[in-house]
Design a protein around this ligand. Structure first.
Ligand SMILES: C[S@@+](CC[C@H](N)C(=O)[O-])C[C@H]1O[C@@H](n2cnc3c(N)ncnc32)[C@H](O)[C@@H]1O
Length: 385
C-alpha cells in the first residue's frame, strides 16, 4: 500500500507537470525532528523559455533555492518522500492531493476538490514586467513581503511594486553606465534592508555580477536583524554596519545609494558619493528642513512665499535643484524624476548622477538661485567645500 500510494502520488505529479495543471507542492513534517531542513516548497518557474521547478529548501537558519527540470525533480521527490519528509501536499488545478506517512512509515493518499483554479502565471510577458521572481527570492518572506511559498502578501504588494521599480531603474542605469567588475556598492540609511536585499539578489544571483554591498544604518537593532538575514539567505558579500553615514570613509565606492534618508542625511550621502568619485549616485530624498530654515526671501519673492506651505514646497524644490546642480558642478550628469507614482509614496523623487564632465555653469546658477530666494546656506554645498 505504501509504495502504491507513493507511486500514485508521483504519477499525479508527473501528469500535472505534463498537463500544465501543477500549482505547487509542499513537503513538510521532517522525519527527523532535529533536522535543520524543515520544508521544501516547489513552484513552477520559466527560465530561459524552459519550464523548471523551483525547490526552496527552508532550513532552520537559511533558505536555499535550486531549480530543476521535471526529469530531475521527480526522482528527487521520490527519494525524499517517506524518508526525509512524512507529508506532501500537491495542489493542481484539477485536485488537491496529500500523501501522509504514519509512524510505521505506511503511506496513504487523500484527495480533495482543487483549491486553485488557475496555474500560476509563469509566462515570459509577466516576467518582463517583474525584475524580482518572488518564488525564487526567500528574502521577501523573511522581510514579511511574501508567504513562505513565495506569494506576495496583500500587505506586501505596495513594497513589492516599489522594490521592482527600484530594481528596474537600477537595471536601466547600469546598461547606460556599467560599473567596474566586482563593484563596491554602499546603501546609506539602509533601514530594514528591503531595497538592499533586492539589489544584492538581483545583481549577484540574477545578473551574476560579483557585487559587494554594504548597508550603513544608524540603528543597531536593524543592523543586527539585516546581518542575520544575510546569513539566512546566504548572501556572503552583503553586510550591514551600524554607524553614522558621516563617519563612513568615502573611498573606492562605485555606486552610492541613499533612499529616503532624512533631510541632510541625503546631502551627506551625495557628498560621500562625490568624494569617493562613485560612478553612479542614486538618492531619493525624504524630508527637507535645512534649506527652508535658511531661507529669507525678500521683495516679490517674499510676498509669493509668505504662506508656510508655499515656502515649504519651494524650499523642497530648491533643495533638490541645488543638489543636482552641485552634482553637475562636480562632474556628474544628472537626472531628476518621479520613481514611483505618488499613490505608493509621496517621497518619490529620485536624483541620479552618473560620472561625466563637470558643468562650470552650474556653480553660477546655484549662486543666482541663492540670491533670488534669499538662501543663506545649502548643507551639501558647505560640506563639499
Ligand atoms: C526612512 S528609512 C529608509 C530605509 C531604506 N533606505 C528604504 O528606503 O526602505 C531611513 C533610514 O536611515 C537611517 N539614518 C538616518 N540618518 C542616518 C545617518 N546619519 N547615518 C546612518 N543611518 C541613518 C534611519 O535610521 C532609517 O533607518
Amino acid at each position: 500500500m505504501s509504495q502504491e500510494a507513493l507511486t500514485k502520488f508521483l504519477e499525479h505529479l508527473q501528469q500535472s507537470f505534463e498537463k500544465n495543471t501543477f500549482v505547487k507542492l509542499t513537503l513538510s513534517k521532517p522525519d527527523n525532528k532535529e533536522s535543520e531542513l524543515k520544508n521544501i516548497y516547489i513552484r513552477p518557474v520559466d527560465l530561459k523559455n524552459k519550464r523548471h521547478y523551483s525547490f526552496l529548501y527552508r532550513y532552520k537558519t537559511k533558505d536555499i533555492v535550486k531549480n530543476h527540470l521535471s526529469d530531475t525533480a521527480i526522482p528527487l521527490l521520490d527519494e525524499a518522500l517517506g524518508k526525509d519528509f512524512l507529508e506532501a501536499s500537491l495542489f493542481t488545478t484539477e485536485q488537491d492531493l496529500t500523501l501522509f506517512y504514519n509512524k510505521k512509515r505506511k503511506a496513504r493518499l487523500a484527495t480533495k476538490a482543487a483549491s486553485h483554479s488557475n496555474a500560476p502565471d509563469t509566462s515570459h510577458n509577466k516576467k518582463k514586467n517583474r525584475f524580482i521572481e518572488a518564488a525564487n527570492s526567500p528574502y521577501l518572506y523573511h522581510l514579511g513581503i511574501s508567504s513562505q511559498e513565495g506569494q506576495i502578501l496583500k500587505t506586501g504588494q505596495k513594497k513589492f511594486r516599489q522594490i521592482n521599480k527600484y530594481i528596474e531603474i537600477i537595471d536601466s542605469l547600469l546598461r547606460q553606465h556599467p560599473l567596474p567588475p566586482s563593484p563596491k556598492i554602499v546603501d546609506m540609511g539602509s533601514g530594514k534592508g528591503y531595497l538592499t536585499f533586492a539589489l544584492y539578489d538581483y545583481l549577484n544571483q540574477q545578473l551574476q555580477i560579483d557585487a559587494q554591498i554594504t548597508g550603513i544604518e544608524l540603528r543597531p537593532p536593524l543592523v543586527e536583524a539585516t546581518n542575520e538575514l544575510a546569513k539566512i539567505t546566504q548572501y556572503p558579500q552583503l553586510r550591514f554596519e551600524a554607524m553614522d553615514i558621516m563617519d563612513y570613509p568615502a573611498d573606492g565606492v562605485d555606486m552610492l545609494i541613499a533612499l529616503h534618508a532624512c533631510d541632510i542625511a541625503t546631502d551627506i550621502a551625495i557628498a560621500k558619493g562625490i568624494q569617493s568619485q562613485a560612478e553612479i549616485i542614486i538618492v531619493a530624498p525624504c524630508c527637507h528642513k535645512q534649506v527652508r530654515k535658511s531661507m529669507n526671501p525678500e521683495g516679490t519673492m517674499g510676498e509669493m512665499l509668505k504662506h508656510g506651505i508655499l515656502l515649504e514646497r519651494q524650499a523642497e524644490l530648491l533643495t533638490d535643484t541645488i543638489r543636482s546642480l552641485l552634482m553637475e558642478a562636480h562632474g556628474y550628469q544628472t537626472k531628476v524624476f518621479e520613481f514611483i507614482s505618488t499613490e505608493h509614496t509621496p517621497k518619490n523623487l529620485m536624483i541620479v548622477g552618473m560620472k561625466g564632465k563637470p558643468n562650470p555653469e552650474a556653480v553660477r546658477t546655484i549662486q543666482r538661485l541663492k540670491d533670488q530666494f534669499g538662501i543663506a546656506s545649502h548643507y551639501l554645498e558647505e560640506i563639499l567645500l
